[in-house]
Design a binder for this molecule. Structure first.
Ligand code: KG4
Ligand code: ZN
Length: 340
C-alpha cells in the first residue's frame, strides 16, 4: 500500500440492489451486490420492502466487500454513497449508514449522483480505451432515459430526457403485460433472440427535440395484446419470441433515432452508454451497425457494470476525491437529485 493510494468504499442503495465496492484509486478491488428477490412476486419494486431489505443487507454487503478486497476499515480514505436520485427510503439507508461509518472512522464522505455514476463507470481502470471529452452520454435505466453532454468528469448537462416512462420501465411494463417476472428487460432480451422482430409493428411516439417518450408505445402494446388474446387465448404463448423481438426492436429503435438526432445536431460522434438497459444485446448490435454508418465511437460498459452496482459509485467518489469535492456530514438523501 503506497502512501498516496486512495481507498474508497462505494455504497449504492438507490432502488432494489444493496451494493458495496472497494476501489484502490481507479481500480476495483471488490464489487458486491445483494439483489432483492422479494419484488419479483409483486411485479415491481415495493419501496417499503426495498428499504427494509437494504437495512438487513447493508452491513453484510459492506463487510463482504472489505473482506474480498482484503482492506481493513482503517485503510479507507473516504466513503462515497448515492445521494440520489432514487427511492427515499432506500437512499436513506445507504446515506445514513455511510455518514455514520465515516464519522466513526473519522474520514470524509462523498455524495454521488447515481446517473452521473452510470456514465463515470467507463473510467474504472481496465485495458479498454476510456472516452475522451466531450461526448454524448446516454443513460438508459429503469428510472431514467437521458441525453447528456459531458464536457468533463463532473461537468454534465442534460439536453433531453423521457417525458414519461424510462426505457427500462417500458421493457419491464411490457414484460409484465405478457406475464414475465420483474425486471423483464433481461428476459425480453433472451426470448427475442429466437423471435422475428418484424412480425408485429408498434408506434414510436413523435417528440420534438432531444426528449423521448415511451408511454404511448406501452399503451399500444397493451391494447394489441388484449385484442389478440380475445381472438386467440394462447396468443402470448404461441408468439412469445416474436412479441419480445418486435417490442424490443421498437423500444431500441426509438432510442437510436434520438441518439442519431442528438449526435447530428450537437456534432458529437462519441457516444457513451450507461445504465441497466446497456446490457441489451439488440442495443449493442444496433449501436455497432449505426457506428459504421455515422462514424461513431461507441462505449458500452462491461456487463457487470451495466445494472446498478457500487463500483460506479466508487469511481465517481474517487474522481470527486482527487478534486477535493467532499460532502458535509449534514448532507441528506435526495430522491430527485439533479446534476450539478
Ligand atoms: O440501472 P439499473 O440497474 O437500475 C436503475 O437505475 O433503474 O436498470 C435496471 C433496468 C430494468 O428496467 C431492467 O429491466 C433493465 O435495466 N435491463 C435490461 C436488460 N438488463 C437490465 N433491459 C433490456 N435488456 C437487458 N438485457
Ligand atoms: Zn441505475
Amino acid at each position: 500500500m503506497s502512501k498516496e493510494d486512495i481507498y474508497i468504499l462505494g455504497v449504492e442503495s438507490s432502488c432494489d440492489d444493496t451494493a458495496a465496492a472497494i476501489l484502490k484509486n481507479d481500480e476495483v478491488l471488490s464489487n458486491c451486490i445483494a439483489n432483492q428477490e422479494i419484488h419479483k412476486k409483486y411485479g415491481g419494486v415495493v419501496p417499503e420492502l426495498a428499504s427494509r431489505a437494504h437495512l438487513s443487507n447493508i452491513i453484510p454487503v459492506v463487510n463482504q466487500a472489505l473482506a474480498d478486497a482484503k482492506v481493513k476499515p482503517e485503510m479507507l480514505s473516504a466513503i462515497a454513497f448515492t445521494k440520489g436520485p432514487g427511492l427515499i427510503g432506500s437512499l436513506l439507508v445507504g446515506t445514513e449508514f455511510s455518514k455514520a461509518l465515516g464519522l466513526s472512522l473519522n474520514i470524509p464522505v462523498i455524495e454521488v449522483n447515481h446517473m452521473q455514476a452510470h456514465i463515470l463507470v467507463h473510467y474504472i481502470k481496465s485495458d479498454k480505451k476510456k472516452p475522451d471529452f466531450p461526448f454524448l452520454g446516454v443513460t438508459v435505466s429503469g428510472g431514467h432515459t437521458q441525453f447528456v453532454i459531458v464536457e468533463d468528469y463532473l461537468r454534465m448537462k442534460i439536453i433531453g430526457e423521457t417525458l414519461d416512462d424510462a426505457i427500462g420501465e417500458a421493457f419491464d411494463k411490457c414484460g409484465k403485460i405478457i406475464g414475465l417476472d420483474y425486471p423483464a428487460g433481461p428476459e425480453i432480451d433472451k426470448l427475442a433472440k429466437e423471435g422475428n422482430a418484424n412480425k408485429f409493428d408498434f408506434p414510436i411516439p413523435k417528440v420534438e427535440g432531444f426528449n423521448i417518450s415511451y408511454s404511448g408505445t406501452k399503451t399500444a402494446f397493451m391494447n394489441f395484446i388484449n385484442n389478440s388474446i380475445q381472438k386467440d387465448a394462447d396468443f402470448i404463448q404461441n408468439n412469445k419470441n416474436d412479441i419480445c423481438a418486435s417490442i424490443q426492436k421498437n423500444l431500441i429503435e426509438n432510442l437510436i433515432s434520438k441518439i442519431e438526432y442528438a449526435s447530428k445536431i450537437k456534432s458529437i460522434n462519441r457516444i457513451v452508454i450507461g445504465g441497466g438497459v446497456s446490457a441489451n444485446s439488440f442495443l449493442k448490435d444496433s449501436l455497432e451497425l449505426k457506428s459504421k454508418d455515422n462514424n461513431w465511437e461507441v462505449f458500452i460498459p462491461p456487463l457487470s457494470y451495466t445494472t446498478d452496482n457500487a463500483a460506479m459509485i466508487g469511481i465517481a467518489g474517487y474522481l470527486k476525491y482527487i478534486s477535493g469535492l467532499f460532502s458535509n456530514y449534514n448532507t441528506i438523501a435526495s430522491p430527485r437529485l439533479a446534476f450539478k
